[in-house]
Structures are given as C-alpha cells and as structure tokens.
Design a protein around this ligand. Structure first.
Ligand SMILES: [Zn+2]
Length: 291
C-alpha cells in the first residue's frame, strides 16, 4: 500500500451491457425491456469486492435500471456508498438536445431520490457526452439540483472528449445557480497531450501499469484522479454478440482480467466517493469562456 494523503474518486456507471452505445446495433433501445437483466448480480459482486477492501465509491445508476431493478439502488445506499445519477435513458447529451437532456436529468434524479429517500447530488452523462458542443448541459445540471458532475473527459476521442477543458477538478460558475463542481476523468500526459487513463475500457485495454502509473503521478502532484467502471466490464459470463471489429474489441476485450486489476488498484491506492473529493476554492471557471 502506497502511503499517501491523496484519495482518488472511484465510480461505477450502473447500466446493463445492452445499454452501452457499442451494443445498440445488436440490441437497440426498443428491445431493452425484453433483454435479460444481469446488472443486479454483477453489482452485488462489486459491492462484495469493495466491502472486502473496505472502500466506498460512487454509483451512478441509470434511471432505466432503477426503474426495472430498484433493489440495486437500495443495496448501494444500504452498503454506505454514494448514489449518483447516470441520467434516465442512456442517450448522449448531444442527441437529446437541451430540452430533452433537461427532462432526462430531472426524471432520473426524481426517480433515484424517490427510491433512496436521499438527495442525489452527483451526475455522469451517458458516454461522457458533456464537452465541446454540449457545455449547455452544465447549467442544466445545476438548475436541476445537482451540485457536482463527472462527465467531462478532457481528451480527444472519436465519440466524446473536451481537449480544452482543465484536466483537474474545478468549481464552475453557473448563472442563477450555485457553482457546480466538475470532476474530469483521469488522464495522463504523454507526447504533448493528455490521454485517457481512467479505468473502464482503459483498464481493460491498457496494461495495468499505465493506469497505476497515472494514479501514482496524480498522487505525486497531490491531485486525486477519477476512475470509472461498468458492471458489464466485470461480467465475463455475459452473452457475447457479434458486434464487428472495433466494437467487439471495445466491449469485450480484457473483461476476464478486470476484477483482478481493480483489486490490485484497490490494494495500491486510496479511493473514496467522488463527491467527497475536495476541490480547492481558488479553482473557478466560467465554462462558457472556454474555446
Ligand atoms: Zn453509461
């Protein structure tokens, strides 16, 4: 165990495998109600793993999951973890548009608060879809009652990303609302830019030492990193679909090794819920002034 004062933010986006964007070609949204649910069993495994390591985390639960399997929400809260919202429908912010996004956000938050009986402060957008072109989503979150967000991936990627956004957590100034804390996902610098290192797909695809090294580097700089994972990324028994080249690689590669890799990270670094990660007061930003 590394001795360090830095406690990283650990998070799980609680959704079914078929909710992932890579799967929509074989399991489109109109088939979701008929698909087998596996999220409850895998979430239980995650809860047991965290309990064994005595670690608390943030669970961003999708509204559709909360509706179909509300027991997932109650067990997360009963185990003492932080409940966050992953939106209702798993559609990306840009596809929903401002009005649709607002409805989606409010519906999910209301549902999660009704089931848990607790205020839901944190949010994560589907597929990290808040960034350049969708920064209007940030004031929408603040006005819907969220006090922090972790949806911005400050990298270049074919599907998401906001390469000009700061790579560390900031207070965002929002007109007519309290400031919103933004916790961007962990990146690592190399070759003059920043690259994703945040867990999830990257924990599956990259050698463990790269993710581990990115966390160590953050610790050395006194900067907590934000890590994410999906339950389906730990579900090596899930039914396999023929998705085609890149999609198959992105969805299935390395699943059987993720649990061991996560355990290793939990042994080597300190983690906690994202909402408890402190953000220095002098880090303020008006998101609308970004290029
Ligand atoms: Zn998701």
């Amino acid at each position: 165990m590394t001795t360090t004062a830095v406690r990283h933010g650990l998070s799980f986006d609680i959704e079914e495998a078929f909710h992932a964007l890579n799967m929509w070609s074989v399991t489109p949204p109109d088939t979701w109600a008929d698909q087998d649910s596996r999220v409850e069993a895998v979430t239980d495994r995650i809860l047991a793993l965290l309990d064994a390591h005595d670690v608390r985390a943030t669970f961003f639960v999708l509204g559709l999951v909360a509706e179909r399997t509300p027991g997932v929400v109650t067990r997360i809260v009963e185990a003492g973890h932080e409940l966050g919202s992953h939106g209702y429908s798993h559609r990306m912010a840009g596809d929903l548009g401002q009005e649709g996004f607002e409805q989606d956000v409010r519906r999910a938050r209301g549902l999660l608060q009704d089931i848990s009986g607790e205020p839901v402060d944190g949010f994560r957008a589907s597929t990290f879809s808040i960034g350049k072109g969708t920064r209007w989503a940030l004031p929408v979150l603040a006005h819907a009652g969220h006090t922090w967000d972790s949806s911005v991936f400050p990298v270049r990627h074919d599907r998401y990303g906001d390469p000009v956004f700061p790579w560390h957590a900031v207070h965002l100034d929002i007109p007519d609302a309290p400031p919103l804390r933004e916790y961007p996902l962990l990146t690592r610098p190399a070759l003059g830019r920043r690259w994703p290192a945040a867990g999830g797909g990257y924990l599956r695809l990259l050698p463990l030492r790269l993710v581990d090294g990115a966390l160590e580097r953050s610790e050395a700089g006194g900067e907590p990193g934000i890590i994410y994972l999906h339950p389906w990324e730990l579900d090596h028994e899930q039914p396999r679909h023929a998705l085609g080249g890149l999609r198959t690689f992105r969805h299935y590669f390395g699943i059987e090794r993720v649990e061991a890799k996560l355990s290793r990270l939990l042994e080597r670094h300190a983690f906690g819920p994202i909402g408890e990660v402190p953000v220095p007061e002098d880090r303020r930003l008006d998101p609308m002034t970004l290029a």
